[in-house]
Design a protein around this ligand. Structure first.
Ligand SMILES: Nc1ncnc2c1ncn2[C@@H]1O[C@H](COP(=O)(O)OP(=O)(O)OP(=O)(O)O)[C@@H](O)[C@H]1O
Length: 265
């Protein structure tokens, strides 16, 4: 007997491009901060680089579905991210650490991460174990029951990472996650990133070119709201070996790309 197969069953379970932007435009206030950006990102860790004001945070806000695009097309995990009906299911599969994340200072680390897990509609029975696992992963096991107001800036950033990964997201967006981390924590965080990127699409915005070289499989550079370069860290380093401004080959590669985009703009 022939069984009818539904459209949902036929849909691929993994998406070649968990993030797919086509001529994407996003406003920050009245300013067009993302201006016709094309981007395709697969599974792996992608470092998002660009100067101050390049549009990184605005792009992250659109990818996290916090900000609605003003133009172009945005597909996340194969779904149209501008379709209000798709958003609820989509958000349950996203993780986002904003540049400035709000929290209730009286919450403990555990309470806060539990609260976010609940917001992302995780099954209630799974929450305690998932929360403990991510608190361990960001190295805050000994502060799990401390109130957020008693934590240092670097520890708060780690709480931010924990809440972003509690639902094991398929798309993870981290806006400057390493700000305030001490060198030892930064090294541990890079290991965590590489681990997360084995089966998720992770986009990490940072000003530290060295973080990108150490932990990312791919580099995305933006300037003036546009994609100006995409490649692997080794290509960035190779460019920097030919000259440019900076203390390392990767930094010189970054400055070379930026200078050539500025002179062409
Ligand atoms: N609320 C706003 N109103 C008007 N312009 C804004 C607003 N927010 C951001 N902008 C402008 O949009 C542009 C992109 O800002 P965005 O914060 O996305 O850049 P960024 O690359 O994340 O910068 P940074 O590295 O400094 O964090 C900048 O020119 C900024 O001045």
């Amino acid at each position: 007997m022939v069984r009818m197969v539904s459209a949902t069953e036929l849909r691929p379970s993994t998406n070649a491009w968990p993030i797919e932007a086509d001529r994407l435009s996003v406003k920050a206030g009245k300013h067009l901060a993302v201006d016709g950006l094309d981007l395709k990102l697969g599974v792996g860790v992608h470092g998002l680089l660009g100067p101050n004001g390049a549009g990184k945070t605005t792009l992250m806000r659109a990818l996290s579905t916090v900000e609605r695009p003003s133009g172009g097309r945005l597909r996340l995990l194969g779904e149209d991210a501008t379709d209000g009906r798709a958003l609820r299911a989509l958000r349950a599969r996203l993780g986002y650490l904003p540049q400035h994340f709000g929290f209730y200072p009286r919450f403990t680390v555990r309470e806060y991460v539990e609260y976010v897990a609940w917001l992302r509609e995780m099954p209630k029975a799974d929450i305690p174990e998932a929360v403990q696992r991510v608190i361990d992963r960001v190295g805050l096991a000994d502060r799990a029951d401390s109130r957020l107001r008693t934590l240092s800036g670097g520890m708060l950033r780690r709480v931010g990472v924990a809440q972003a990964i509690v639902n094991s997201p398929d798309v993870l967006l981290l806006d400057e996650p390493t700000v305030g981390l001490d060198p030892e924590q930064r090294v541990e965080f890079r290991t965590l990133l590489r681990d997360l990127g084995t089966d998720s699409c992770v986009l990490v915005s940072t000003h530290l070119v060295e973080d990108v070289v150490a932990a990312c499989s791919d580099v995305v550079m933006v300037n003036l709201g546009k994609l100006v370069w995409q490649g692997v860290p080794a290509e960035l380093i190779a460019l920097g070996e030919q000259g440019g401004v900076g203390d390392s080959p990767a930094e010189r590669g970054y400055s070379t790309i930026l200078a050539s985009h500025r002179s062409a703009a």
